[in-house]
Structure formats: structure tokens, C-alpha cells
Design a protein around this ligand. Structure first.
Ligand code: MG
Ligand code: MG
Length: 659
């Protein structure tokens, strides 16, 4: 599949955009008029630069308000078009986009439209140019791609075809099935964009909220499947107007964009393979996938197939060696019921476990840093295949200098810099020595008498079975959509609809990414991640950015939360204090049994319910930007206690500001 990107997707000058697109691996670009008009480069220089970079100049745009106008305006339009065709000749470009008219002065007359587009195509032919006519979702009279295709057929000129744009088609909810009836050679260009489902006028939605494929909610694999079946084999080009992408780092955005097309290409092949097998069939086999990827004129590249992760193997927190914060963190882990499993054989790294929940405390290269979540390990079947897939999706591998006798773990960087490890087992635990167990006292930092070093090392009473339930990561605003695509494409996690949570410093957009819910086991998903888009992040350096909402946490699931909370309280764990107003509201909402409500109040526990079950949880105080949550899922509860999140944000805000 030939990949492309419109210059309007990227920040920077025209030259920076071309260089970034080429470096990310795109086959071609669409040149937006404004980018050329504002460039100091002559058209000849742009052409030479693109040739040097191995980048095709696939589409010039836009040309607007051309069709169905009064005769005098039509003559003026042809003059304007001829100037653009000459310019395209200098650029070496052969396809121009003409959008359906949005002006109120246009005339609702399909015969006139076909006649004027025929005239334009005739002129274009003289210059070796092809005209791709696109129905804008807000076109005054032509806003449906089938209507545009009919006009193109009526105009009947070899230099006139259509451009299909997923936004204009899917935002209006048009049926995509008829795409297959368009002759492949009449589809001159295909533009793809994804978008979140919003209730907004379609023009504003298009101009500001388009995102790359996989970052929104359109069914793009189905769309592109129809395009492939129609016999199209031209560029599949990203046309994404997005306020964030237009100000984010151009090289990063280009890589994110390329990842989205690689993802879409593979999803399209899978969609076609699944359709070939018929409804109710199993996931396509590698042979079926290979067949589907070669079945049509447009070849589709696929990736190593990996199953979604089956668990969170570990979470790593980075914290400066010898710093009081590190001692505080170790004390907090011990108070939570974690046992120290000792130091790594060769590195200043320690391991803490509670049941199957593992926290690695990494003190390497952490000088001056506040404690922060720095790495996550995911349980995968085949680490090498998973890493190969990630690298094909343009993820950057983590360089890992490891000793000869160490487990080799595959890892890639997530967009926010978090290292993502792909683990097949837990043999790496053997690299930590039980006999060299560190205690918080040895780390030099216990400040008060509530916790005693002697309780470290042995699993405390009341811990029972435990595992990591979910991880909550804060994301800087400029990398949020990129992170969603990263975790869905690289780790095969499914994004749920996002929610906005109120906090004293602004709205926090919360995006859950998780594995499918097994049908036989109520509520227990293998992997749950929550990504929070924090407001007002001034710094691009994620770790160590100190704002109220830039807190991250690891949530541990236990079997008996009340008993666990009591044991933690006995060890002096600093709980996040919950205001009395919360409990009054809880009582008003649910009419809880008075004894139970008293227990919640006494232990600073929070409570939520959904259709399947209930959720009990509590939070610890923060150390740096890290805190912990302990949860218990009752029945098939499948959420994250979202109604309680504003309470947490408010109390954490007060704690930071001395409230
Ligand atoms: Mg378009
Ligand atoms: Mg949580």
C-alpha cells in the first residue's frame, strides 16, 4: 500500500515537513497550498528536494468552489485553474483535489456541475493533470460521495475521477458498501482520517478534531476493505486537521502518523481475511491473512501476529539512590504489605512483591528525579515476536546493556518515555537476592516510629493473594493520541470511550485501554491501563514534571480489602484522607448498611457500584508523582471507581498545596 501524508498534518516549514515525512517512511505527500505559498523554496526546489528524499508529490490541494457557478465565475475559475496547473507542472505533480462547492452562490444543477467539471478536466488534460473531485461533508449541494461519483460518471472524462475521504463519508454516516461499485480507475485518491465521536457541527469537528487512524472511533479497516475490493491501488494518504498535531514536534507526529497507517494496513488485511472466512469463524490463520493481503490490486503489508498480553508482569518506579524520597517509598511499600526481595545482583535496583504484584525500585540514573513510574512489564507469549511487531510499528527499542547471566528482556519506549517490557515469564526475579534484603532503615530514611524495619522481608499478615489490577499513567497533552495508538497497535489493548473527570486544576481526560473481558470469568480482565491527559503540562519532559494532576499510580487487587486496609493502618500507612462529605453523599446515593458505612469512613475507603458488582478501594499518600491504590472487585465489577476520581484529585490537590 502506498502511504501518504498531507503537509497540513504536520508542524513546521514545508521543508521540515517533507524531511520528517520522508524520515518516517512515507511514500508521498499532499502539498497544501498555504505550505507552498509561505515557503521560500521555488517550486523547482521543492520538486528537487522531494526527489532527493525519495518522496512522491502525490496531490495538490485545495481547489475550492469551482463547480456549478454562473458562467462569468466559471471563466474566472478556469483562469485560476490554469495558473495552478502550470504551477503543478513546475512541481512535477499530476493530481489536483477539487472539493465540492460550499458557497451559497452555487447553483443546484447536476448537469451544469458535470459540464463544468468536464471543461476543467479538458483543460487539466492539456497540462497532464488529473482532477479528483471530493464531496465535502458540508458541501452546499454535493455532500455525499455517491453523488460526487455520479457527477464524475456523467462528466465522463478520463482526467476526472473522485477522491474518497473517510472523514467526509463516515462523519455523515454514509453507507460505505457502494464504494465497491466504483470502478477502481475512477478513484483517483483516498484520504484517511479518524475522529472521536463528537456532537459538533461537522465543519468544526473536521477542522480541529481529526486524528490519525486508530486514535478515534471510525471503522477504517472496513472502509479501506471496500476500497481494496473496488480495485484501487493508489496512495492512501492521511489528511488530519488537528490543533495538537499542528503544534507538536514534527518528527514525532510523522512517526505517529506512519504507525497509524501501518496499523490500518494490517487491520484492513485482517478485516478482509475475516470477511473471507465468513461470520462466526475464528481469528484468521497466518495463511488466510497472507491470502487476504495479496487478494486485491492494493497489496497490504501485515505484521507479526501476537496475542494480547495476559497480565502485568511488574511495574518499575524510578527514584534517586539515597534520597529521602526513596526511603519514603520503601517505607510506603512495606506499609502496604510488600516484602523486600532484595537487591539486584549487579545494579542498584530492588524488588518488592505482594502476592503476584511486583514493584521494581530502580535507583539507576535517577539523581535529582522525583519518584515516577518508569517501566511496565507485560506478560506475553513470545517476547521476540512482540518486540519485532513493535519495531515494525516504529516503536524505539530500549537499549539494554545486560550481563551475560541475565535474562534478556525485550523492551520498547512508549510515547511518554515509559519503558514497555515484553516478558515471557518471571525468571528475572532470580537476579534479586533474598539474602541481601534491604530495609528502609538500611536505606537511611525512616523518619517516624510507626513502621519498624523488622517487619520488612516477611510477607505481613492479611496480605493474601494480590496482583496488579491496573496502572494509571499521566500523559502530556501533546502525546495523548499517540499513546492511545501505541498501546492499541503495539500491545493490542482496546481503547474504551474516554471520560472527563473534574479536578481542582482542570478537567482530566481519562482513557481506559484494556484487554477483552473473558466470558467465563466475571470481571477479571488480564490487562487494564488508564491514561490520563493532564491539563497544563508546561514541560515536554514527562518524568519529574510537577503538577497536581500529573500523578501516576499502581493499583493492587487484594482478596479482602477491609482486612488489608486494617493491616496497612496497623503498619502506619499514610492513607489519602477522604472528606466526610463523601460518605454523606455515598449514604444518600446507596443507603449502605450503617456498619459497613462506618467501616468505609473509619478506614478512608471508597465505594462504587456498576450493573455487575461493587468496588472497594483506597489510595495512599503520594511520594513524588507516585501513589498506590488498593482495590477489591466484588461480583463482576468492571470499572475503576471513576465517580470517586474527583475526590482523589481534590484531596491530592489539597495535600500539595497544604490545604
Ligand atoms: Mg479531504
Ligand atoms: Mg485507579
Amino acid at each position: 500500500m502506498r502511504t501518504g501524508i498531507a503537509t497540513v498534518c504536520l508542524s513546521g516549514t514545508l521543508e521540515e515537513k517533507l524531511r520528517a515525512a520522508a524520515k518516517a517512511g512515507f511514500g508521498g505527500v499532499e502539498i497544501f497550498e498555504t505550505d507552498l505559498v509561505t515557503s521560500p523554496l521555488s517550486p523547482e526546489r521543492v520538486r528537487a528536494l522531494a526527489a532527493d528524499l525519495g518522496l512522491g508529490l502525490d496531490l495538490y490541494q485545495p481547489f475550492r468552489d469551482f463547480d456549478s457557478v454562473p458562467e462569468e465565475l466559471y471563466r474566472a475559475n478556469l483562469r485560476r485553474a490554469e495558473a495552478k496547473f502550470r504551477l503543478m507542472g513546475r512541481l512535477g505533480m499530476d493530481t489536483v483535489l477539487v472539493c465540492s462547492n460550499v458557497a451559497t452562490a452555487s447553483i443546484d444543477d447536476d448537469a451544469l456541475r458535470a459540464e463544468q467539471l468536464h471543461g476543467l478536466a479538458e483543460l487539466a488534460g492539456d497540462h497532464g493533470v488529473k482532477v479528483a473531485y471530493e464531496a465535502l461533508a458540508w458541501g452546499t449541494y454535493v455532500n455525499d460521495y455517491e453523488h460526487a461519483v455520479k457527477i464524475v460518471a456523467d462528466a465522463d472524462h478520463p482526467n476526472l475521477g473522485t477522491c474518497l475521504d473517510t472523514f467526509h463519508i463516515l462523519s455523515r454516516g454514509w453507507d460505505t458498501e457502494p464504494i465497491e461499485k466504483i470502478p477502481g480507475e475512477k478513484i483517483f485518491f483516498v484520504q484517511v482520517a479518524d475522529a472521536p465521536k463528537l456532537s459538533l457541527d461537522v465543519l468544526s469537528w473536521s477542522r480541529h478534531y481529526r486524528v490519525f487512524p486508530g486514535e478515534g472511533q471510525f471503522d477504517l479497516p472496513k472502509f479501506l476493505g471496500h476500497v481494496a475490493r473496488a480495485g484501487y491501488n493508489g496512495p492512501v494518504s492521511l489528511e488530519v486537521f488537528n490543533d495538537t498535531f499542528r503544534q507538536a514536534d514534527v518528527a514525532r507526529t510523522a512517526v505517529d502518523a506512519m504507525r497509524s497507517l501501518i496499523w490500518l494496513e494490517e487491520r484492513t488485511a485482517r478485516h478482509l481475511a475475516a470477511e473471507a472466512s465468513g461470520p462466526g469463524a475464528d481469528a484468521p490463520s497466518p495463511a488466510e491473512l497472507a491470502r487476504a493481503s495479496r487478494a486485491y490490486a492494493m497489496p497490504l503489508t501485515t505484521l507479526p501476529q501476537v496475542a494480547p498480553p495476559t497480565g502485568i508482569n511488574f511495574a518499575e518506579v524510578i527514584s534517586a539512590d539515597g534520597a529521602p524520597r526513596t526511603a519514603e517509598l520503601e517505607r510506603l511499600l512495606a506499609q502496604l504489605g510488600f516484602a523486600s526481595r532484595g537487591e539486584h545482583r549487579t545494579k542498584p535496583v530492588s524488588l518488592w512483591t505482594l502476592g503476584d504484584a511486583r514493584i521494581v525500585l530502580n535507583r539507576q540514573q535517577a539523581r535529582g528525579l522525583e519518584p515516577a513510574i518508569s517501566a511496565l512489564g507485560f506478560d506475553v507469549e513470545d517476547g521476540v515476536a512482540a518486540a519485532a511487531r513493535a519495531v515494525q510499528l516504529r516503536a524505539v527499542p530500549v537499549p539494554r546493556p545486560s550481563q551475560a547471566n541475565e535474562e534478556i528482556l525485550q523492551a520498547v519506549n512508549a510515547p511518554d518515555g515509559t519503558e514497555v517490557f515484553l516478558c515471557e515469564d518471571t525468571r528475572w526475579i532470580a537476579e534479586f537476592g533474598e539474602d541481601q534484603a534491604r530495609t528502609p532503615a538500611a536505606a537511611g530514611g525512616t523518619e517516624d516510629g510507626e513502621w519498624s524495619p523488622s517487619s520488612a522481608g516477611a510477607p505481613p499478615a492479611g496480605s493474601g493473594a494480590a496482583r496488579i489490577d491496573h496502572i494509571n499513567l499521566a500523559q502530556p497533552w501533546q502525546h495523548f493520541d499517540e499513546a492511545v495508538l501505541f498501546y492499541s497497535s503495539v500491545l493490542a489493548l482496546t481503547p474504551e470511550a474516554s471520560q472527563d473527570v473534574s479536578s481542582p486544576s482542570g478537567l482530566v481526560r481519562s482513557q481506559v485501554m484494556q484487554t477483552a473481558r473473558p466470558e467465563d470469568e466475571a470481571g477479571r480482565r488480564d490487562v487494564r491501563l488508564a491514561l490520563n491527559l493532564a491539563p497544563w503540562i508546561q514541560s515536554d519532559s514527562v518524568k519529574g514534571a510537577r503538577t497536581d494532576t500529573f500523578q501516576e499510580h499502581v493499583a493492587i487487587e487484594v482478596d479482602d480489602l477491609v482486612a488489608h486496609a486494617r493491616a496497612c493502618r496497623g503498619r502506619g500507612l499514610p492513607f489519602l484522607p477522604i472528606p466526610e462529605n463523601y460518605y454523606e453523599d455515598l449514604d444518600a446515593r446507596y443507603g449502605l448498611e450503617p456498619g459497613f458505612l462506618a467501616t468505609l469512613r473509619e478506614l478512608d475507603l471508597l465505594y462504587d457500584r456498576d450493573a455487575q458488582g461493587a468496588f472497594l478501594h483506597f489510595y495512599t499518600a503520594s511520594v513524588g508523582s507516585v501513589f498506590f491504590e488498593v482495590v477489591q472487585r466484588l461480583g463482576g465489577y468492571d470499572g475503576f471507581g471513576a465517580p470517586n476520581a474527583p475526590v482523589r484529585h481534590a484531596v491530592q490537590h489539597a495535600a500539595r498545596h497544604g490545604g
